[in-house]
Design a protein around this ligand. Structure first.
Ligand SMILES: Nc1ncnc2c1ncn2[C@@H]1O[C@H](COP(=O)(O)OP(=O)(O)OP(=O)(O)O)[C@@H](O)[C@H]1O
Length: 282
């Protein structure tokens, strides 16, 4: 048995298709994650990254193989795994404070007093620099701020593993960089165990201890795992000229665009010739 904190062993996943067909999405995923490690999962669109994350979250059950977290097999979602999705999942009728409070009250009802819970909510919202907007509704704050609240809520749960599914994917480049810097700072303070999906090569190198690269599907698996031997805390400006940083970037780019080059089917041109069948026009 693996001594890792989080261990995926021999994970296969297939979905039932039409007419009884079976669509194999993942095949033989083996990954050991140590406590406090920050792991990024990168791969072309549709290869199965979210499926891996959803299996760890307990939202999907693997067709074969399994996941062990801190000595226990994962069979269902639980508060020991907090997920942050690309599009925030805040309850729109609750304020920033109340969105975090809901999770904190549920998890710490028996272990923290009401005043300890209040202090804990404030602490986590201040950690993501949201202390100034505690009583605003999600509709009154920006996309980046909503993601901050989602991260605060996840951190406040003190999960064993933080699962981030493209947490900055919907943000503009500047907001994204600010949030990445905050995650870098929080990670050096708290040392969480994190599994993050990303499409962004720089993000993967900046934030991770190891980058897990997935092959293309169907039947995707882990093609390569790369260590990121950069000291923490990391500084994006200083790293731009760093040889190790650039070597890591290069290795991921080479995996994605040479070894696992993906050829997307070309969409039919909208200027199709008149005899092109209508059904083929996008
Ligand atoms: N519930 C489901 N039922 C059937 N097929 C599914 C289901 N969930 C995912 N799939 C299929 O599994 C494959 C992998 O999907 P997944 O969302 O895990 O990929 P991904 O790498 O996260 O993609 P992206 O980067 O575009 O978000 C896709 O072909 C998808 O259509």
């Amino acid at each position: 048995m693996s001594s890792a904190y989080l261990s995926l062993s021999h994970v296969d996943m297939s979905f039932a298709g039409r007419n009884g067909a079976v669509n194999p999405v993942l095949k033989g995923i083996n990954l050991d994650v140590q406590r406090g490690e920050f792991i990024s999962l990168i791969g072309h669109s549709g290869c199965g990254k979210s499926t891996v994350l959803n299996i760890v979250a307990g939202l999907l059950r693997a067709t074969a193989g399994g996941v062990i977290l801190d000595g226990r097999e994962i069979g269902a979602p639980g508060p020991d795994r907090a997920v942050v999705f690309q599009n925030h999942s805040l309850l729109p009728w609750l304020t920033v404070w109340q969105n975090v409070e809901l999770a904190v009250d549920k998890i710490f009802r028996d272990t923290k007093t009401p005043s300890e819970r209040k202090a804990w909510i404030r602490h986590n919202l201040e950690m993501v620099n949201m202390g100034h907007a505690l009583h605003r509704l999600p509709s009154e704050i920006s996309g980046g701020m909503k993601q901050r609240v989602g991260i605060a809520r996840a951190l406040a749960m003190e999960p064993k593993v933080l699962l981030l599914d493209e947490p900055f994917g919907a943000l503009d480049a500047l907001t994204r960089a600010h949030l990445q810097d905050e995650v870098i700072r929080i990670q050096s303070e708290l040392g969480n165990t994190v599994l993050m999906i990303t499409h962004d090569v720089d993000e993967a190198v900046l934030l991770s201890d190891r980058v897990v690269m997935m092959t293309n599907g169907p039947g995707a698996t882990i093609g390569q795992i790369m260590d990121v031997p950069l000291a923490r805390p990391r500084n994006r400006i200083a790293l731009a000229e760093d040889a190790v940083y650039n070597r890591c970037r290069q290795e991921i780019l080479s995996f994605l665009y040479e070894k696992q080059r993906k050829v997307e089917p070309i969409a039919p041109s909208s200027r199709a010739t008149p005899d092109t069948p209508v059904a083929l026009q996008a």
